[in-house]
Design a binder for this molecule. Structure first.
Ligand code: 13P
Length: 343
């Protein structure tokens, strides 16, 4: 029996509460610098803080956002009036989370493949993050599809690390978001995406069970099953929804409370459309939710562009995306909703 069983189950269920999903705002400084520079903003600690603050303080965000994943720098930052971000989020009913992996690093002997690192010292870091207010965590494993990829070694090393991470999180009373991302970059077919995603998830759940992870106290964050982004045949929304759900039914135990998809570089509208189509089909034992980074932030980032005069409009753009995805949780995302003026 796990020590934190009840708290883990409650937090996991809250993260995938009806009509809500997770904002992934845990870009490393390197990634955030790329994002900021893409809209002409120089990346400083203050610029990163300000953009995150703008998102977190968006009026009404808590209606559709259940939790926010932070980065090590961000969890130590505060709002302009001095309230630490974790405290600010928790007070508004959004659970603070933390990315705890230290990134996907080249896998020795396997060119073009990576293994996610960060297990050394993780127990101690989790204890500190919990003190700072984190209630859940994230670890992203990356599986790339190519001619001879993924290798068995890459899949098993990543699945094993996810299992070790998840077990350590639960020991600390922190809900692990288990994220095995099969990348959709490449010209592979949707059938290949499906086969690799199936094999990846089988490995991951094998490890979670072997390592005595409480499935009721995790959130799974997988990719959707899509055609490779450069594949000549691009599957439509219905096909993506049907294939993704059929596959998840085969490999994700019903004990898991929720599945929060990553957006993985899909356009904003497709990310909402696919999620909505899956919720329309329904008939699954888990909540079908979102844990989007780019698909929630790209629009507000573009509108903001580092200009304070644009802050309110950027917040409106974020609120709009959060609402579109919140409605997608009920299968109610539509072209009409997309075109509706931000509230
Ligand atoms: P995207 O939705 O941009 O894929 O980001 C989600 C995430 O947290 C990736 O680890």
């Amino acid at each position: 029996m796990k020590r934190h069983r009840k708290a883990l189950e409650t937090t996991a269920r809250e993260l995938v509460a009806e009509g809500k999903g997770i904002l992934a705002a845990d870009e490393s400084n390197r990634t955030m610098t790329k994002r900021l520079e893409s809209v002409g903003v120089e990346s400083s600690e203050e610029a990163r803080r300000r953009f995150r603050e703008l998102l977190f303080t968006t009026p009404g965000a808590e209606q559709h956002i259940s939790g926010v994943i932070l980065y090590d720098e961000t969890i130590r930052q505060s709002t302009s009036d001095g309230t630490p971000f974790p405290e600010f989020l928790a007070t508004r009913g959004m659970s603070p989370g933390i990315k705890v992996d230290s990134g996907a690093k080249p896998l020795a002997g396997f060119e073009g493949e990576t293994v996610t690192e960060g297990l050394d010292g993780l127990r101690e870091r989790l204890a500190e993050y919990r003190e700072l207010g984190a209630r859940f965590a994230k670890w992203r494993a990356v599986i790339a599809i190519g001619e001879d990829r993924p290798s068995r070694a890459c899949m098993s090393a990543n699945a094993h690390a996810l299992g070790r991470y998840a077990a350590l999180c639960q020991e600390a009373g922190i809900v692990p978001i288990v994220e095995p991302e099969v990348l959709m970059d490449g010209d592979h077919t949707i059938e290949r995406s499906e086969a690799i995603t199936r094999a990846t998830l089988r490995d991951v759940f094998g490890e979670l069970l072997d390592q005595r992870v409480l499935l009721e106290g995790i959130v799974l964050k997988p990719n959707m099953v899509l055609s490779g982004y450069s594949c000549a045949r691009q599957a439509g929304v219905e096909e993506v929804a049907e294939r993704t759900l059929a596959l998840l039914r085969q490999v994700v135990p019903a004990a898991v409370p929720g599945i929060a998809f990553l957006s993985g570089g899909q356009g904003d509208e497709l990310a909402s459309g696919h999620l909505s189509a899956m919720n329309s089909i329904g008939g699954v034992p888990w909540e079908l939710s979102f844990s989007y980074g780019r698909a929630l932030q790209a629009a507000p980032l573009e509108v903001w562009g580092g200009e304070e005069s644009q802050a309110a409009e950027a917040q409106a753009a974020f609120a709009h995306r959060a609402r579109c995805n919140g409605e997608a949780r009920f299968g109610r995302y539509s072209e009409e909703l997309e075109q509706a003026l931000p509230l």
